[in-house]
Design a protein. Structure first.
Lengths: 187, 802
């Protein structure tokens, strides 16, 4: 039993997409530009060359925010979306009927259809691959060149993520929606 | 599906570019999401799906060294039932600091690429038409030796050329088995005509730095506090460990970062300041920084007095030429105020670094630019110390002596036209190729032995490369994919990829030196063989027949062997190195064991063989700092300062004057950047998801960056009526291509940019073929004057919407 979350030192992100590839290879995610569990969003700079607004250009790694109060779980009519014992929002492929309510409900656009299993799939924090083997990092964290991500147990005061959240300022995406994400962006 | 459209709203910026790109080309791309998840192979050693979910079952973790680019990051291959399901970083190697980039992660897709070369092939059609016959390995070697009805063999060619081994040319791109190919074709077979990636890559960078401060060095970006990074794009052209160290501390977190680039790159996104410098004018910028530093006496006086040679002449040179910020402002597009500010900040910083960069040659003055940068770094005194450019140390490996035969009939290399300092080992691709095409070679060049190299995409002016290859009597290619160049080979020998072979051990120097070994994670797929096995078998096949040629024509050998018995001649043949296969008597793994055990002992070998990495005290020193990071050497064991009094910065290289090269970096009027009205300067570059043409057929990476676009200034596009993904014809003095447009504010109105490595011409590479545009069709084959290296950013083009 744990309460898994992730802290993202997002200013380190260079938009190289190593995390996306590692995720796809680890979890056997389909190819296709829309078929990713994680991605890096970015803004192009505003202005006209050469007077570009540097502050307006940035990269923001994103994915399922593993909400404590997940709209996708709430709307799922078949209970296919559920919380596992570690607080990770998971999908039961057998129960999913592809109604896509969850896709519409998710404010982070974190879900996509896996055409092979016909399931609305999402990030699992590598629960059924790496964590199931006893590993302590997700694929995206482990491979990241600039070490953006720290995954861990929020309930363990000794964990690296707990330490980071104690000592660094952080924010959540769309905090005003009350979804209580377990992804924390470090400032 | 409507839901996917909504998902796209989140995918902004460059991600949106790739998404839109994917939909724009889906009509013509055979690759589509319907079958994207399948490999259509009946081979049980090939996974049935493109990506394979890792299982919870037991797996092997084999240490490998990545071969997707030149960095050689260390990783662990997860092998389940003989199939590689995942590549993870190896936490022991200080160079890659427990990470793999997107390309490293996607290496599985190159291994299992359905288009791989699977068995030896011999050409039965015309060169370039892709008609080949599958043959056995022995038949392939036989075709190299004795030819077929379509082409001549090397035995006949050397007979006609009276054993002049120089009639053979050879080329090989960077890699751990490259040295073996140099031994085979260069030292054993005896060809002096060698070209590789250096003359289309960083030759002037290395040359400029080594001649000025004695090393290219390593930038200690973990401890620096001020960074000028000009014409280098570490966010997109990933170099380990620089990329990781740099961006963990940029953006107000300890490393002030000044980026100079004509384009607003992903590195510029991370900068404190970005200067949109005119292409090819970095030298003026550095000279002006130097002017401010000298004029205002900002330099480290004690360091300069002790270590900088020729400083007084250089000072005089800089001041008398009036390389003022005002002078440079006009040339560079950077204001005098900003130049002055940057010089002052740099010299006031505790540990400033003018990043050396690591890229191909952009302008003709690149050698002098590198010299000026190295001297400027020297003026700060931040050399050979923590936080500066560090010399470091290397763990020595025992040298393997090669018994190289001497061929009396072999002539010397010839590719020296217009070059001040011809390299001793590898030549200039452009000069070599063009001299052959123009008939300026003093003896015929009739065969090319090629390995892991794609000059059709890499060397400017593809048409000339094609004509050059067509001119040969015999082309041999050893590679893993049917590249554009492979299609001009007469005999194709399929090589095992980096995940299927154990490679010779390598040593990486620096602040934290280490020895690494790449171990085969799986056995070679299909009928492929490891490079060293190919060298051995080819050498065995050629050895005796070519020796007969030597006996027939080589008067020195004839004199030596006169009156000898058959057995004595055999002994002479062996003792004098004419037995070509002798360096490969032992398999690579055994050779590695011998070399490491000899130098560092049995325990060291066991550690290296198990973990893939070794350095003295590794098990004691290597500690985990947090879930992401490790310490490789304790702080007091890192090799920050190694030079002592040997450290020299050479301002004035007066012996260069004899060769027509400036002894001190100087600006000349013809270096000025100008583009005729209505034209654009073509600049090219890299992307984090690609390694030149080598990865354009990788399904995973293609998924991220489906094609290349031409970047055109958005205001120019408005005037010309060009919208995103519109087809645009780009025409240079040597050729034209059609490519889709990307209107953007990130580039100047008189410049265009395209990613290098796209637009493949080989129909045998399904994803790469015809996708995007090949910049080598546009870039004029100009050289810089010191080494004859290719100049990549000196071509103006016209564009029109089609």
């Amino acid at each position: 039993m744990a309460r898994y979350g992730m802290a993202l030192d997002y200013k380190n992100c260079i938009n190289c997409k190593a995390c996306e590839v590692a995720c796809k290879e680890e979890n056997g995610v389909e190819l296709g530009a829309e078929k990713h569990r994680i991605w890096v969003g970015g803004n192009n700079p505003e202005g006209a060359w050469p007077l570009l607004d540097m502050a307006s250009a940035s990269f923001l790694p994103s994915q399922c925010q593993q909400c404590d109060d997940a709209p996708c779980q709430e709307v799922c009519p078949t209970h296919a979306t559920y919380y596992d014992e570690n607080g990770v929002v998971r999908v039961d492929a057998d129960k999913c009927i592809l109604c896509s309510y969850c896709m519409n409900a998710c404010p982070y656009d974190a879900r996509y259809v896996d055409e092979r299993t016909m399931t609305v799939d999402k990030c699992t924090f590598c629960s059924d691959t790496r964590l199931a083997r006893g590993e302590t990092t997700t694929a995206c964290q482990n491979t990241c060149p600039t070490k953006v991500r720290t995954f861990g147990d929020l309930d363990d005061p000794e964990s690296e993520i707990s330490e980071l959240l104690r000592t660094r300022d952080h924010f959540s995406l769309k905090a005003h929606l009350g979804t209580k994400p377990k992804l924390f962006y470090l400032t | 599906m409507s839901v996917e459209v909504s998902r796209r709203k989140f995918l902004q910026g460059s991600v949106a570019l790739s998404v839109a790109g994917a939909s724009a080309i889906s009509a013509t791309n055979l690759f589509s999401s319907e079958n994207a998840s399948e490999h259509k192979s009946t081979n049980s050693r090939i996974p049935s799906t493109i990506t394979t979910k890792t299982s919870t079952a037991k797996a092997e973790h084999v240490p490998f060294l990545c071969g997707i680019c030149v960095n050689k990051c260390a990783g662990l291959a997860r092998v389940e039932d003989g199939i590689i399901t995942k590549l993870d970083p190896n936490p022991y190697f200080p160079k890659n600091r427990n990470m793999l980039c997107p390309r490293g992660n996607a290496g599985i897709q190159t291994l299992y690429d359905p288009d791989r070369l699977k068995y030896p092939m011999v050409r039965i059609g015309e060169r370039g038409d892709g008609k080949y016959k599958r043959v056995s390995w022995d038949e392939a070697y036989e075709a190299i030796l004795n030819g077929t009805d379509k082409f001549k063999g090397i035995k006949q060619i050397l007979d006609e050329e009276k054993d002049n081994r120089a009639t053979i040319g050879y080329c090989n791109g960077e890699g751990l088995s490259k040295e073996g190919f140099e031994v085979l074709v260069g030292e054993k077979i005896g060809s002096p005509n060698y070209v590789d990636e250096v003359s289309i890559c960083l030759e002037t960078t290395l040359g400029g730095y080594v001649n000025t401060i004695g090393t290219y060095g390593e930038a200690d970006l973990t401890n620096a506090d001020y960074l000028i990074i000009a014409g280098a794009n570490r966010a997109e052209a990933i170099i380990t460990p620089d990329t990781m160290d740099m961006f963990k501390r940029s953006k107000g977190r300890g490393l002030k970062t000044i980026v100079l680039d004509p384009r607003f790159t992903n590195t510029a996104v991370k900068a404190d300041r970005w200067y949109a410098i005119n292409p090819g004018t970095d030298l003026a910028f550095v000279l002006a920084l130097t002017y401010v530093t000298i004029k205002e006496e900002l330099y480290d006086k004690a360091f300069v007095a002790k270590h900088v040679e020729g400083f007084d002449e250089y000072k005089q040179h800089i001041l008398s030429h009036n390389y003022t910020p005002e002078w440079a402002a006009k040339l560079t597009n950077i204001s005098a105020k900003e130049i002055t500010k940057t010089a002052r900040e740099f010299m006031a910083a505790r540990s400033p670094i003018y990043y050396q960069g690591r890229r191909s040659v952009f302008s003709k003055n690149d050698f002098q630019l590198r010299r000026a940068m190295a001297i400027f770094q020297g003026l700060s005194g931040n050399l050979d110390k923590k936080g500066g450019i560090v010399y470091g140390q290397k763990l020595q490996l025992p040298k393997e002596d090669v018994n190289a035969p001497i061929y009396g009939q072999a002539q010397a290399r010839f590719d020296k036209d217009g070059i001040a300092i011809p390299s001793l080992k590898t030549g200039s691709w452009i000069v070599f190729r063009n001299m052959v095409l123009e008939g300026k070679n003093p003896y015929p060049l009739r065969a090319m032995f090629m390995r892991k190299h794609n000059p059709m995409a890499g060397v400017p002016n593809t048409k000339k490369t094609e004509a050059f290859l067509k001119k040969m009597d015999l082309n041999v290619m050893i590679d893993i994919l049917p590249s554009d160049t492979t299609m001009y080979a007469d005999v194709i020998l399929p090589e095992a990829s980096y995940l299927e072979r154990t490679s010779p051990v390598a040593s990486y120097g620096g602040m934290e030196p280490a020895i690494v070994q790449r171990k085969a994670a799986i056995k070679p797929l299909y009928e492929t063989k490891t490079p060293e096995v190919i060298y051995k078998e080819l050498a065995e096949k050629l050895s005796k027949p070519l020796w007969e040629n030597t006996l027939k024509y080589d008067e020195d050998v004839q004199d030596d062997t006169e009156g000898m018995s058959k057995a004595e001649i055999e002994q002479y043949y062996k003792e004098n190195g004419f037995d070509l296969a002798e360096p490969w008597e032992k398999p690579v793994h055994e050779q590695n064991e011998e070399r490491i055990t000899k130098a560092y002992g049995k325990k060291a070998w066991e550690i290296l063989d198990e973990k893939g990495v070794y350095y003295p005290h590794m098990e004691e020193y290597h500690t985990q700092l947090n879930p992401n990071e490790f310490e490789y050497y304790p702080e007091n064991k890192k090799h920050y300062s190694t030079q002592g009094d040997k450290l020299k910065v050479k301002c004035n290289l007066s012996n260069l004057t004899k060769k027509g090269v400036d002894a001190m970096p100087a600006w000349h009027d013809d270096m000025e950047f100008s583009v005729p009205a209505g034209q654009f300067r073509l600049v090219t570059g890299r992307h984090a998801q690609f390694t030149q043409s080598g990865t354009t057929n990788n399904a995973m990476l293609r998924d991220l960056i489906p094609t290349n676009y031409i970047w055109i200034n958005n205001q120019v596009c408005e005037k010309m009526g060009i919208k995103f993904a519109d087809k645009v014809e780009v025409k240079s003095p040597i050729g034209k291509v059609t490519i889709m447009a990307y209107p953007t504010n990130k580039i100047a109105p008189n410049q265009i940019f395209m990613l290098h490595g796209f637009g493949g011409s080989s129909e045998k590479m399904e994803l790469a073929y015809g996708n995007g545009a090949n910049d080598a069709l546009l870039i004029e084959d100009k050289i810089e004057p010191v080494y004859g290296a290719a100049v990549m950013h000196d071509t103006n083009v016209e564009i029109r919407k089609v």
